[in-house]
Design a binder for this molecule. Sequence first.
Ligand code: UT7
Length: 329
Amino acid sequence: MIQKPQAMILGTGRAVPARLLTNADLEKIVDTNDQWIVERTGIRQRHVVEPGVPLSELASEAAQKALDDAGVTAEEIDLIVLGTVTGDMKFPATACLVQARIGANRAAAFDLSAACSGFLYCLQVAGALMQTAGYRRVLVIGGEVLTSMIDWEDRDTCVLFGDGAGAVVLGPSEGERGVLASFMKSDGSHSSLLYNPGGGSLHPVSVEMVEQKLHGIRMNGREVFRHAVNSMAGALRQVLEDAEMTVEDLDLIIPHQANLRIIEALAKRFRLPTEKVYVNVDRYGNTSAASIPIALDEARRNGRVGPGALVGMVTFGGGFTWAAAILRL
Ligand code: UT7
């Protein structure tokens, strides 16, 4: 049974680095070509940071834009939740560094690790904390500097990822506006199909670790692809059921932007017309936790959706983790 929405979006923002890495650029680095990348992934370019630019810089810019959009000051923020697997440092949490940069002096801040599902996990956790702990103004951020963990000699993975951050400011729901349903799930038995082994307690930083290339992302692409389509379809079905809606009720669906073929397979399962599915993977590549909030901000700012629109969001990532949400803007 659908309950009254608890949290609604007051504003959104995004930040991507100016520097572009095109498929032609990658042809000079590894044995790949534009045709393969476009046909197999839909990606044409990605935004990548200049060396040394940390996640907190992108995340703070996205957060500040979301605050400006919402008309909320940093001092009014009670909580910052940041989804990422590429924080500035192992600790402190990058959410704390964002807090300091934007001056959100009153807030509690923490990071959440759910790979490409990071933003939707954060959205659900933040909504639950607003309901149970009384937070009223919450910054939810998804951001990654994935280029910091790429093995540039591995053509299977280095062509896929980009850097960026997206943010939303949440406040208490007004009327029917807000998060209507959300779902998150994990299956750790598939952790070895998509992971980054180096630099943690399993393989601490060492010359040997780097020589063995454990610092790079490892992925069994075909298996991840198969699981992604099935799990995203199941998650979307679940939130539609929870919100007592059909997919036709939604004005826009924002799927995680990992691969155009995954997005098309999902659209086919739900018989979705192209104009109802948001796609920007061609311009950004896979930005993991940042992909959905970047797309949501774009869709709001380019007029694709406005106040009152119903938006479905769905994602899948390492863990495995997957999640979905339905939101009335
Ligand atoms: O965000 C989290 C979730 N992540 C994902 O959703 C990613 C899911 N997986 C995928 O998107 C796709 O599996 C990939 C894009 C990663 C790979 O596409 P694929 O159609 O599954 O290709 P494949 O891995 O089966 O490789 C096909 C061929 C292989 O050559 P052989 O063995 O057939 O001779 C690869 O070596 O393509 C080759 N290949 C490349 N060729 C040119 C792999 N990467 C490249 C490359 N350029 N960059």
